[in-house]
Design a protein around this ligand. Structure first.
Ligand code: ADP
Ligand code: MG
Length: 383
């Protein structure tokens, strides 16, 4: 298959009979570890997938935006200035309207434009196709506006677009990963200070691979449950007298203070221990001891399953099957309730692990999963 940037260019020519002025691509991501920590001001450690979303864009001389995506291959959607109010454009085109809105809200004079979207990032699988779309759109629109925005400012702008315009209360991880990641590195992000560290993650050199398994489990209750987790965390933080759960210094004391509220106890225990697992993973990665991070990944999954309660049977079966087939560690990645699992494997056992997961899925009567090996790629870039 041709690269998404080529498909976006061809689609632009086919739809609009012209060449685009600019093309940007941005990647999906997996999160190595640090789940449901971002909105608690904690730590995350994503890396960018090789799969990317491309947006080709051409200037229009009127304040109107016409967008087309190969997903669904539906007719183009057009919105005007009056539609640039949060929530006005719904569905997939809303993600592009959101970026136009967020840019204009910060004072960037975004001209009218035509945009075509092509993507290799699985949509709605927890691999962050939404942030890839937002970040590729952001780059393309900045070019059309003749503006520059330091890359470090992209995550907050794209997150605001999704939070306020689309109405999805996501944390900042996905947009940070899609804009800031580097090839052969994982991105350590402190979601409170937004400080980052690019940590070498040259797994192939060490005979290792990250196998991504898309369980294809239908997302169940994603939005409501996600918002509920956030609310529980915020309420618990308030009861503990901290702004963010990240600031909980003594877990034992915090759990004692929440005694009687079993749900809050479990959620807080996940967040606090997960932050520590990210720090422990970083310690190993900085020391070049990548092959030793497996147990931390597996412990993260157990915590997400038992304490945070965001897994579904498909995720648990995939993790268990991967571990039984020799994975060094495995966990769900992304928000949960469906989506993907990652497994750290020895390169030579990647196929066997993928096959073992497929067999387990067949035994359980689940849909056939999709698996691929993901090498850490670069963040958003002009194509
Ligand atoms: P994820 O980000 O994990 O893939 P989300 O539910 O956050 O899942 O975002 C998926 C939504 O983003 C899709 O339903 C669609 O509206 C939009 N989207 C993402 N990629 C594309 C694309 N290439 N074309 C059109 N819409 C897209
Ligand atoms: Mg998303």
């Amino acid at each position: 298959m041709t690269a998404p940037e080529d498909r976006a260019r061809s689609a632009f020519a086919a739809e609009f009979g012209a060449a685009p002025d600019t093309v940007w691509t941005a990647p999906g991501r997996v999160n190595l570890i640090g789940e449901h920590t971002d909105y608690n001001g904690g730590y995350v450690l994503p890396f960018a997938l090789p799969q990317r979303t491309a947006v080709a864009a051409g200037r229009l001389d009127r304040r109107e935006w016409t967008v087309w995506s190969e997903v669904g291959r539906a007719a183009p959607v057009t919105f005007a200035e009056a539609d640039l109010e949060p929530g006005r454009v719904t569905g997939w085109a809303g993600y592009l309207a959101a970026v136009v809105w967020a840019l204009r809200d910060t004072g960037v004079d975004v001209p009218g434009a035509r945009l075509t979207v092509a993507s290799d990032v699985p949509v709605g699988s927890g691999l962050s196709s939404s942030a890839a779309l937002e970040c590729a759109t952001l780059g393309a629109l900045l070019d059309l506006a003749g503006s520059e925005l330091p890359l470090d400012d992209w995550p907050a702008l794209a997150q605001r677009a999704e939070n306020v315009y689309v109405g999805m209360p996501c944390g900042i991880m996905d947009q940070a990963a899609s804009s800031l990641c580097r090839a052969d590195h994982a991105l350590f992000l402190d979601c409170r200070s937004l400080e980052t560290e690019q940590v070498p993650f040259t797994i192939a050199d060490e005979g290792l691979a990250v196998l991504v398994v898309d369980t294809r489990a239908p997302h169940r209750h994603t939005d409501g449950e996600y918002a509920a987790r956030r609310q529980t965390c915020e309420a618990a933080a308030a009861r503990l007298g901290v702004d963010l759960l990240r600031e909980v210094a003594d877990l034992g004391q915090a759990l004692a203070a929440l005694a009687g509220d079993e749900v809050a106890v479990r959620r807080v225990r996940h967040v606090v221990t997960e932050n520590q697992r990210v720090l422990d993973t970083m310690t190993l990665l900085r020391a070049g001891r990548t092959s030793e991070i497996g147990p931390l990944l597996t412990a993260s999954h157990a915590s997400l399953r038992d304490d945070y309660e965001v897994t579904v049977p498909e995720l648990d079966v995939a993790v268990d099957a991967a571990l039984a087939a020799g994975a060094l560690g495995a966990r769900m990645t992304g928000g949960g309730f469906g989506g993907c699992v990652i497994a750290l494997v020895r390169t030579e056992s990647a196929d066997a692990v993928a096959t073992a997961v497929s067999s387990a899925f067949a035994e359980h009567g689940f849909d056939v999963p999709a698996a691929f090996v993901a090498a850490p790629g670069p963040g958003a870039a002009r194509a």
